[in-house]
Ligand binder design. Structure first.
Ligand code: ATP
Ligand code: MG
Length: 363
């Protein structure tokens, strides 16, 4: 069986380092590993509209931002298909058919959607489209027969929902759909990178992000203002690592080489942590180190972004070509789905023949 990746992002803002460690960095590695037959990367504008229906301009403006972030991170349009969700109308058809296979109470149990509803204050004004977006995500994944979905931890309930839809579809109709596997980041800290304010998740909607496209100076300011341990007041005080965002970021970003280069008095992260918890290590020193580490990671992205920014029409061309290619694949799956659901009336000569026979001899 082919190995196929599908993943994507909502164009609700520029991409941030949470996206980078949670999914984007991995996609680039997987792309370059050559182990996958096909890689589809989707800009989920239709999904973004489910909770931004009244602000279409925001989504429209951010398509290019996300595309530039993709390209600057190293996604290569000659190896990966970059496309825009709304341009593949087959996805909405699949969503409609899959809706029959999911109950309202099942959707109500989705913990990620539950917390997103709360965060957006949607308790009494929940758009049906937002409530059912896990079904549309199942359409996105299965349209490309994806086997692997590299995402952050918040997406686990969506993949589970997709797997249930696949099993139900295949059992009810015919073995057409492929059950995907989730691929979480290997490093625990990357699963759900907290915001610079220490909140549970760095999220475009919460305004606590370090963006991939931030300038060097912006990044430095955000890091120097980051949430650490509120009880660590004097340098000599023992510090705590639990909930300390700076250390979580070091878990996500730092490599042994960084110590040699920027902080040679420590052999590795464990030594730095030990000193911090013992007391005698100031937050400013740790933040400066983190700044060096993150700047090193982001520098090549900034250079690539500048290049792509010079030719924006070419970026739209990449998205158009990707959307055309993606549409062909989704159309093929949709036709298999329709055949399995017995709604392919005009392609089925046997059906027409059988009906003809049935009415023969009736005057
Ligand atoms: P929104 O607030 O609009 O939902 P978001 O910041 O949550 O935006 P998404 O587009 O919903 O971003 O998520 C895209 C991908 O990035 C998903 O795979 C998700 O798991 C991953 N991701 C998002 N935020 C983080 C984070 N803080 N840490 C790790 N992965 C993340
Ligand atoms: Mg999200």
């Amino acid at each position: 069986m082919s190995k196929i990746i599908l993943t994507g992002d909502r164009p609700t803002g520029r991409l941030h380092v949470g996206h980078y460690v949670g999914s984007l960095r991995r996609r680039v590695e997987l792309q370059n590993s050559g182990e996958f037959d096909k890689i589809y990367i989707m800009i989920a504008d239709a999904q973004a509209l489910t909770d931004n229906f009244d602000n279409p301009e925001k989504i429209r403006q951010n398509i290019i931002e996300v595309a530039l972030d993709y390209l600057s991170a190293g996604l290569d349009p000659s190896k990966s298909t970059l496309f825009i969700q709304s341009q593949i109308s087959e996805l909405t058809e699949l969503t409609f058919f899959y809706s029959d296979l999911v109950t309202v109470s099942r959707l109500e149990r989705n913990p990620t959607v539950k917390s997103e509803i709360q965060m957006r204050g949607f308790e009494r004004s929940l758009p049906v489209g937002f409530f059912t977006y896990p079904i549309s995500q199942a359409a996105d994944i299965t349209a490309f027969k994806a086997t692997t979905v590299p995402v952050g931890e918040d997406q686990l309930p969506m993949i589970e929902q997709t797997r249930e839809i696949v099993r139900k579809f295949n059992a009810t109709y015919d073995e057409v759909l492929v059950e995907p596997e989730v691929m979480l980041p290997e490093n625990e800290a990357c699963n759900r990178l907290p915001g610079t304010d220490g909140k549970a998740k760095m999220s475009k909607s919460l305004g606590n992000c370090i963006y991939l496209a931030d300038t060097e100076e912006d990044v430095r300011k955000k890091i120097m203002g980051m949430y650490t341990d509120p009880t660590h007041i004097q340098v000599s005080d023992p510090g705590h690592l639990e909930g300390n965002t700076v250390f979580t970021y070091l878990d996500a970003f730092s490599k042994p080489e960084h110590f040699e280069e920027y902080l040679p008095e420590y052999a590795n992260l464990q030594e730095l942590k030990d000193h911090y918890t013992r007391g005698g290590l100031g937050d400013v020193k740790v933040k400066k180190f983190l700044n060096n580490v993150i700047q090193e990671e982001l520098a090549p992205l900034r250079i690539r972004r500048k290049e792509y920014e010079k030719d924006i029409p070419a970026v739209y061309d990449i998205l158009k070509a990707g959307s055309d290619a993606a549409r062909e694949v989704a159309a093929q799956t949709l036709s298999e789905v329709k055949a399995a659901m017995r709604i392919n009336y005009f392609d089925d000569l046997d059906l027409i023949h059988a009906q003809t026979e049935k009415y023969k001899g009736i005057e």
